[in-house]
Design a protein around this ligand. Structure first.
Ligand code: ADP
Length: 522
């Protein structure tokens, strides 16, 4: 038994170690890597969006750099500035609205001024004001130029919010000059940036340029996107203050895909774990059942051997005494024969219970039904058992109804059932040795009831007493009384075969009543 139990425990331990623990570790690992992966994917995704936005900014810088370079070329090529060429340059491009080149040391002196605007006076004043207020920035531009880097600043002035002023510096004859190329902002976006945006965005994503504070879309490569909120990533335009470029991915975003994947993986992990938990529970349940069954079987074998040994010992002892002719008194002799008879009956009962049980288990128990009176069954049983009852000090009442009609039953099987119940009443009664047997009708049933004043069964145990091999181990007598735990399970089977019921009504230390209910119409 111990070996058997150890073997089961070992297998459970094996399953736990080889299957359950690794799969739990795997699940936890999977779960933790999801967040890591999500972060990595998010980073890659962000980097890609950033580089797209960067390339648009870079493109606008390249374009303006080319303009400034061209202006510088024309401005610096001759001692006398070729105003015609500058004029042509501005006229060829509608985005360019005005060009001012001023002497930085003395901006009040009129420098070069080419304009397509009517409000150029206002603009010129704003430029002078700007140069006075931003000397640090301008001197930085000269420093950069000293290092061969022509940096361009983008500025906006309140007097003309629709314009952007590209500020740069030029050196000519060792004199510091500041150039301001005024461009129309929206035209710059729609004419210069838009072809580039279309090329980058293609069908895959919507790229739009919008004014930050007004959330107004200035340009979008798709007509379907009309609100700035839907933008997934945006960056300020370097050269145009207050303007940003943003991206909105068409179809499912990478974030959506990652979220979906995370949801699927988490769902699968939970499902997987539930399956494992269910499997483990199932395994545990079966192993536990197996162990209980093994225990019950071994108990059963020892109970039955015990039950058989007592009558056999009695029979052998009494028959030996008789054979040796040691008993001279005829009355005594009769008593001895009676004991042998009783013990033989008991043996018979035990063996027939075991045989019945084995037939039931193998689905081989068959019933033959006939029309019969329940009173007849009771009377026949009592006829055989009254001696036994009397010899054991029991009194009994028969309260049998005269109004019963014949019903269809297997007479022998019902007798077996009644015998089982009476012998239980005998086994489980202490001082108060009285049994009542009743028959009557109750609703659509006729019944046989066996009542005793024995030790009773507590409510918790009552649910189990009809299970095979089940024995109550509580009261002293219940513990000592011999039995196999088969009797009531056989009675229940017999009642099921009659489409009837067995009920128990019992109170500890007061007594028990078992009722066999047979349906009137079967
Ligand atoms: P057993 O061979 O143990 O008597 P049964 O299946 O006939 O097996 O009964 C199951 C258990 O129900 C018994 O072990 C006993 O504890 C309890 N029991 C059955 N009948 C009675 C009764 N009349 N009074 C008290 N306990 C009973």
């Amino acid at each position: 038994m111990n070996f058997f139990r150890n073997k089961i425990l070992l297998s459970v331990l094996f399953v736990v170690l080889v299957v359950i623990v690794p799969s739990f570790i795997f699940s936890i690992y999977q779960y933790s890597t999801i967040t890591d992966e999500e972060m990595v994917i998010d980073e890659v995704y962000n980097n890609q969006l950033e580089s797209i936005l960067f390339s648009i900014n870079q493109y606008s810088v390249d374009v303006t750099d080319a303009w400034v370079k061209r202006i510088d070329e024309i401005y610096s090529s001759d001692a006398q500035v070729n105003l015609n060429s500058l004029d042509n340059f501005l006229n060829r491009n509608d985005v360019l609205r005005q060009l001012n080149i001023l002497n930085y040391d003395n901006p009040e002196i009129p420098g070069i001024e080419i304009s397509k605007r009517n409000d150029k006076e206002v603009i010129n004043l704003a430029i002078i004001e700007y140069l006075e207020g931003n000397q640090n920035e301008i001197s930085d531009l000269f420093d950069y130029l000293g290092n061969n880097y022509q940096k361009v600043l983008g500025e906006q002035f309140l007097v003309a919010p629709e314009l952007t002023f590209l500020v740069f510096v030029l050196m000519k004859d060792n004199k510091q000059n500041v150039g301001i190329l005024t461009i129309n902002t929206k035209q710059f976006v729609s004419e210069i940036l838009s072809p580039k945006i279309q090329q980058i965005g293609e069908e895959r994503m919507n790229i739009l340029v919008f004014e930050n504070n007004k959330s107004e879309i200035v340009y979008s490569n798709s007509t379907s996107i009309n609100d700035v909120e839907s933008v997934q990533k945006s960056k300020e335009l370097w050269l145009i203050p207050g303007y940003s470029v943003g991206i909105h991915l068409t179809g499912k975003t990478l974030n959506d895909l990652v979220k979906k994947r995370v949801r699927t993986v988490i769902f699968l992990v939970i499902l997987f774990n539930l399956l494992i938990i269910f499997g483990t529970w199932f395994l545990y349940y079966n192993v536990k059942k197996e162990m209980e069954l093994a225990k019950i079987k071994s108990e059963f074998v020892s109970n039955v051997s015990h039950e058989l040994r007592t009558p056999l010992a009695m029979i052998s002892m009494y028959s030996e005494t008789l054979m040796m002719d040691r008993v001279k008194d005829d009355k005594k002799k009769k008593e001895y024969y009676e004991v042998i008879q009783l013990e033989t009956n008991r043996l018979n009962g035990i063996v027939s219970n075991i045989l019945n049980f084995s037939r039931i288990e193998n689905n081989k128990r068959s019933y033959s039904f006939i029309a019969c009176l329940l009173n007849e069954v009771v009377n026949e049983v009592i006829h055989v058992y009254k001696h036994e009852l009397q010899s054991k000090g029991f009194t009994y009442d028969l309260i049998l109804s005269d109004d019963l009609s014949k019903i269809i039953i297997d007479k022998d099987a019902v007798k077996d059932a009644v015998i089982n119940l009476i012998s239980n009443s005998v086994k489980y009664s202490e001082e108060n040795k009285h049994i009542s047997i009743l028959t009557n009708t109750e609703g659509k049933y006729q019944f046989i009831e066996i009542r005793d004043n024995g030790i009773g069964i507590n409510e918790k145990e009552q649910k189990h007493i009809f299970e095979k091999f089940y024995r109550v181990r509580e009261a002293d007598l219940a513990y000592k009384a011999q039995g196999s735990g088969l009797g009531l399970s056989i009675v229940k089977h017999i009642m099921d075969a009659h489409k009837g019921r067995i009920t128990v009504n019992s109170k500890p230390n007061i007594g028990s009543s078992f009722k066999l209910l047979f349906p009137l119409q079967t």
